[in-house]
Structure formats: C-alpha cells, structure tokens
Design a protein around this ligand. Structure first.
Ligand code: ADP
Ligand code: ZN
Length: 518
C-alpha cells in the first residue's frame, strides 16, 4: 500500500518523496489505526489524509472549522483530478442538497464539512448511511476546552464515529503540541489505541540563541541598533513590562509599538496594523500578540523574558522567518524570569494536577535555557522528533569553545545537596557553597557543613547557573511546586564517587564585565 501511496503522491501532487512523518501517519491510517498528527502549520498535513482517502474504499469526511479555506482546498483537489466537495454555511440550501444527493450516489472521495453540520440529526443520519472509511479532524485542538479555540460542536464527533456500524478510523491533526491537548483530543474524539506522531517541527531558516548573564536592556539596544532595517517582535512576560519597555525604546528613538490584552480593542488593532504594514518596525508585546497574524518578513523574535513552556516559546519564536529567509530567535534569560513564571502558575485558578504539570513544563523551559547542547536538537527532541546532535545554526553550535572539565565543581555541588539532605532549593544550596553570611543561612546552621564556602571564589549566580546546567543535563532534578527542592539523579552518583567526569561546553565563570540585569 505504501508503494501505491508514493505513486499517488507523484501522480496527483507531483512530489517525489514524503516528508518525514507524513509517511508514518499515512501508514498508520492505512493499517486502520486511529492516528494523531501533530505538525506545525505548513507541515504538510493535508496529504496525510488525502492520500489515504484515495487508497481506501468509500468516502473520507474532513471536518474543519476554517470555512474560508474549504473552497480553496476543494478547488485544488479538483484541479488535481480528485473528486472532492464541501458543505458549509456558505452554500444556499439548493446547492447543499445537490451536493448531498451526489454524496449519496458516491460521486465523491472526499467531503469537507464544518463541525456545526454535525449538530443536525438529519445530516448525521445521512452521513451514517454512507460507507465512510476515514474521518479526518483538522484543528483537532478545538475539541479541548483548555485552549482558546474551543468549538462545542467538535464534541459531537465522537458519537458520530461510534454510531457507525463499521467504525471508520479517525485522523486528528493539530499544531498544538501540549500533552493535555493531546490527551483531550484522544479522550473527547473517542480515539482508540491511537498512534501519535509529532513531525515537521524543524524550521531550518531560524537560528536560535539563548543569552544568559547579560544586561537585557543593553543587549536589546545594541541588537536593535545593529538591525535597523529589520522588523521584529519583542515578547515580555507581563503587560507592565511591555508598557515599560516600549516606552523606553521609543525614548531611545526606535519606532516601536505595543500590544497586550490590557489595551482597548482600537489601540490593539492600530498597533497590529502599523506593524503589519511596516509603519512600526518593532512590536513589544505579551503572548496576546501573534495568534492568526501572518507577517512573513519578521526577521527576529526576541524573548525579553523566558516564557512559561517550550510550546509557547516555539510558537512565538516561530513567527520569525515565515518567508523562509534567515531569521533569529533570541531568548534573554535571567533567574528572575523563573520566579515570575512560578508566580503566574501559582496565581491561576487551575487544579493542583494542572499546576503541577505547568511546573513540569516550566522546568523543561528552564532546561532549554541552560542546556550546553545544540538548541535546535533540544527543541526537536522535546517535540518528539529525531534530530542530529548539532545543527550549525544556534548559539551552542556557533560557540567554538571546547567542553571544559567541571567534575570538581559538580562534585562539590552534589555533595552539598546530599549534606543538606536533598530538602532545599538551589538558591540555598548556592548560598551554602558560596559561604554566604546571610541571616537566613545563619538560622539554618548550615555554616557548620563541610561544604560551606567550598565554592567561595564563585558568585551565587555562577553557582546557580551551574546547578541549572547540571539539571538540564540530567544529573539533578528539581521538584515541582512553589518551593522546589533540588535532588540528585542516578547519573550524579558515579561523578560523586569519582568514577566519571563531567565535560560540558560551559563558561565556568561569567565575565566580570557583564552585569546581570537582575
Ligand atoms: P498544512 O495543512 O499542514 O498547513 P499543507 O498540507 O497545506 O500544510 O502543506 C504545506 C505545503 O507543503 C503545501 O504547499 C504542500 O503542497 C507542500 N507539501 C506537502 N507535502 C509535501 C511533500 N511531500 N513534498 C513537497 N511539498 C509538500
Ligand atoms: Zn545547534
């Protein structure tokens, strides 16, 4: 069957090969499995259900909320010689009836529907009498009430599927890669033993950089001055910070607009248009900016603060370079960002389970900011894709520093954590190693530990940096919650016992000239 799929790819679509991932999804559907495809916009999801539609007997039903795109997609298919049609509210009832009649006659291989159609019992009845082999659900995250795109009519899909005398297989597609959305999709679409494929996440034209331990404002000004002609987005964690930063940039003579949910609709629309039409070059915004915005020549996305998780980061950073030309994604990290995000998690009204998941995701984001390895490979692994060890287009790969031996530092850190019985957070561990004279420490009695002052030549920040790096590398583990505790993982044991060394591409000491913005 796969061979036939390749032939069809060439014959109908004119492509020589499947993209990685497309083939796996198609194979899974042809084998009759329910399948979830997680792929970014432009990743090539249509082919994943169009080719099975051609190979399977009977009809494929495609459910999509994007009514505006249906006609275009169907026109394309018809031009490729594929019998397809759509039924949605843009048709008058005569035309809809005509298409339904033709559908009943078996004239079509693919039919595109808006989800609201499924709420009509009459229409469901019609559909249920047809030999449907595949139901493809586009924008499947609309079934999740957690997202902003919740569509109640998506909840009717599961019963439609279940009521078939011969249950069709279901393919669900989304660009939203969070675990809970995936879980919701599986649960609320009633998928059975679903196979999940995440694919096509690499954006080779984007170069990634993480910057730690530099004054953020100075960095930003230098960057914007060096990139005078280019358009870009600067994301901040809070509305207040967006306001302040935008004011600051304007004072410094940059054409910068701002966008966040605290502004009037009018002002937001104006700011957005000015940016889209290149009247302002820089947009300072919170994560409220970007949904559904398609500006192709965004040359940089700078995160002035670390976002709450990798999914948000990649989605926001991915707004750079839509035109396929080189673009930069820069994340400015400071330890204070961690506290901001923790505070935001604790403050929201979510259930304890949800919060603990958000803390876990935050930790993955912190790991990204500290990994001594290739950033792209880190991102792709996070999204479940295979990736080469080095990409040659990120700040780690560009850094030609040799890995250094930090075994001694690692041993000091590990043994301090052990002596403190793995019951404290990384800041207190760092204070003990530094030999801090703070009151808080005096109360704990930790200045009597043998590890007290063992790393006094380092700053607290350098020590916490190293702890973060060792966490990102899987030697340490930070518990969830508002008061996270650092613990050792198995990988640390041979290092502690002197049986293994730690070599990492890190700077042991931050340069004294760079003051942190904290
Ligand atoms: P999505 O629906 O995931 O946003 P599309 O299905 O519209 O993306 O595909 C995006 C683009 O990639 C389209 O122009 C499509 O023709 C192209 N494409 C898809 N699969 C392949 C392939 N195997 N080889 C080359 N181009 C492809
Ligand atoms: Zn790299």
């Amino acid at each position: 069957m796969l061979q036939q799929a390749r032939t069809l790819l060439k014959r109908h679509f004119g492509y020589d090969a499947f993209r990685p991932g497309q083939e796996k999804i198609i194979e899974s559907l042809l084998a009759g499995r329910d399948t979830v495809g997680i792929m970014p916009t432009g990743g090539g999801k249509s082919i994943c259900y169009q080719i099975p539609a051609l190979l399977l007997p009977g009809l494929t039903v495609v459910i999509s909320p994007l009514i505006a795109l249906m006609k275009d997609q169907v026109d394309n298919l018809q031009n490729l010689g594929i019998a397809a049609t759509f039924i949605n509210s843009s048709l008058d009832s005569d035309e809809a009836d005509l298409r339904i009649q033709r559908m009943n006659r078996g004239d079509f291989k693919l039919i595109y529907l808006a989800p609201e159609r499924l709420e009509s019992p009459h229409f469901r009845h019609l559909l249920q009498r047809l030999p449907v082999s595949l139901i493809a659900v586009d924008e499947a995250h609309c079934v999740s009430q957690w997202g902003h795109d919740f569509r109640p009519s998506y909840l009717t899909i599961a019963s439609l599927v279940a009521d078939y005398p011969r249950r069709p297989r279901v393919a669900a597609f989304t660009a939203t890669a969070t675990e809970y959305v995936t879980e919701d999709i599986i649960r609320h679409l009633g998928l059975q033993a679903a196979q999940i494929f995440a694919t096509g996440f690499d954006r080779p034209n984007l170069s990634f950089r993480v910057i730690r331990g530099e004054n953020k404002k100075d960095f930003l000004i230098r960057y914007l001055e060096a990139n005078r002609e280019r358009a870009g987005i600067v994301y901040t964690a809070t509305r207040r910070e967006a306001d302040q930063l935008q004011e600051y940039l304007v004072r410094k003579g940059f054409r910068a607009g701002r966008y966040h949910a605290g502004l009037e609709d009018m002002e937001r629309a104006r700011a957005q248009d000015a940016f889209l039409y290149d009247n302002t070059r820089i947009m300072v915004a919170t994560n409220a900016f970007g949904m559904g915005i398609d500006k192709s020549n965004v040359r940089f996305v700078i995160h002035y603060n670390m976002p709450k998780n990798m999914e948000s980061y990649y989605q926001e950073a991915g707004r750079a370079g839509r035109d396929g030309e080189p673009a930069e994604c820069i994340l400015l990290f400071s330890a204070r960002d961690i506290n901001t995000q923790k505070f935001l998690i604790e403050q929201n009204q979510a259930t304890p389970e949800r919060k603990s998941m958000e803390h876990r995701k935050l930790q993955s984001m912190i790991d990204y900011c500290h990994t001594p390895r290739c950033l792209r490979s880190h991102i792709l692994h996070y999204f479940g894709e295979e990736a080469p060890e080095e990409c040659g287009n990120c700040s780690t790969c560009a850094d030609d520093a040799e890995p250094v031996d930090i075994t001694t530092e690692a041993q000091k850190i590990f043994s301090c954590i052990v002596r403190m019985q793995e019951r404290f957070g990384m800041n207190l561990v760092a204070e003990v190693l530094k030999g801090s004279k703070s009151k808080k420490l005096a109360q704990t009695g930790f200045e009597r530990l043998s590890t007290y002052g063992l790393m006094k030549e380092y700053t607290i920040k350098e020590i916490t940096d190293m702890i973060n790096i060792l966490t990102a590398e899987g030697y340490l583990f930070v518990t969830e919650g508002a008061f996270p505790v650092v613990r050792l993982l198995e990988k640390a044991v041979p290092v502690l016992k002197g049986r293994e060394k730690v070599f990492l591409k890190v700077r042991k000491r931050a340069s004294r000239l760079e003051a942190d913005s904290d």
